[in-house]
Ligand binder design. Structure first.
Ligand SMILES: Nc1ncnc2c1ncn2[C@@H]1O[C@H](COP(=O)(O)OP(=O)(O)O)[C@@H](O)[C@H]1O
Ligand SMILES: [Mg+2]
Length: 222
C-alpha cells in the first residue's frame, strides 16, 4: 500500500453564506494526474488555493506528501508549482527575466537560475521570444510561459487551474502534450477543468465537483 501524494478529507470552506466547499474528499497517487471537473462556481479554484497553501480550510484536512497544507505551508511551497487560468507573468519583463525572477523567489542561485530559465524556454519553444517583453507575446505564448514559470522551482506537485480555458484548439493540444511530458517525468498533477474532453485525455482519475461537493469520482471510463 502506498500513501497518496495528495489527500483531502472532509474539507470545507465558506465565504459569507456560500459553501464554496461543503466537505470534499479526494486523493491522488504520486506520478498521476487528478482531474477536477466542474462548472463555474463549483469550488475548483477554492480547492486549488487550499492545496497551494494560499487559503486555509475552515475544517477538514489536506495533505501533500504527508505534510499538512496549513501546518507545513512553508515547507510545501518549495514542492508545489501553481499555474492558472490567468497568466501571472509580468508584461514589462522579457520571458527570460520572468523565469529568472521566479528562480530568485525560490532562492535558486544565479547560475542555476539562468540554467533553469534556459531549460524552460527550450522546453516550451520560447527561445526565439526569450528576450522580448511579454507584452508582445500571443495568448498561447503567455500561457506556456506561465506554465514554464511554475516549473522553475522543480516542483514535485504541479497544480493547474483551468490551464487551457480560452485557448484555441491547437494551443490547447500543445499544452496537453507538455503536461503529459511532465507526468512522464514523474510530476504529480492536479488539473481543474470545465472540459470533460480535457479530463479524459489527461487525468488518471477524475473527480467531478458541483456546488462544493464531489458528485462523482473514478477513472475516465467509469
Ligand atoms: N474570496 C471569495 N469571496 C466570496 N466568495 C467567493 C470567494 N472565492 C470564491 N467564492 C465563491 O465560492 C464559490 C466557488 O468559487 P470557485 O472556487 O472560484 O469556483 P470555480 O473555480 O469552480 O469556478 C463561488 O460561488 C464563488 O462565487
Ligand atoms: Mg476557478
Amino acid at each position: 500500500m502506498t500513501t497518496p501524494m495528495i489527500e483531502v478529507r472532509a474539507v470545507t470552506k465558506r465565504f459569507g453564506s456560500i459553501d464554496a466547499l461543503a466537505g470534499v474528499d479526494l486523493s491522488a497517487d504520486a506520478g498521476t494526474v487528478l482531474g477536477l471537473l466542474g462548472p463555474n462556481g463549483a469550488g475548483k479554484t477554492t480547492l486549488v488555493r487550499i492545496l497551494a497553501t494560499l487559503l486555509r480550510p475552515d475544517s477538514g484536512l489536506a495533505t501533500i506528501a504527508g505534510y499538512d497544507v496549513v501546518r507545513h505551508a512553508q515547507r510545501l511551497r518549495s514542492m508545489i508549482g501553481l499555474a492558472g487560468q490567468y497568466a501571472a507573468v509580468d508584461e514589462m519583463l522579457t520571458g527570460r527575466e520572468n523565469l529568472e525572477l521566479v528562480g530568485l523567489l525560490y532562492h535558486v542561485g544565479k547560475a542555476e537560475r539562468r540554467r533553469r530559465a534556459q531549460e524552460v524556454l527550450e522546453r516550451f519553444s520560447l527561445t526565439e521570444a526569450a528576450d522580448r517583453q511579454v507584452k508582445t507575446y500571443s495568448g498561447g505564448m503567455r500561457r506556456r510561459l506561465d506554465l514554464g514559470a511554475s516549473l522553475v522551482g522543480h516542483p514535485s506537485v504541479l497544480i493547474l487551474d483551468e490551464p487551457t480555458t480560452g485557448l484555441d484548439p491547437r494551443t490547447r493540444n500543445e499544452l496537453w502534450t507538455l503536461i503529459e511530458d511532465l507526468v512522464t517525468d514523474g510530476t504529480t498533477v492536479v488539473l481543474t477543468t470545465q472540459y470533460l474532453e480535457e479530463a479524459e485525455r489527461l487525468a488518471h482519475r477524475i473527480v467531478v465537483i458541483d456546488r462544493g461537493r464531489v458528485v462523482a469520482a473514478g477513472t475516465a471510463d467509469e
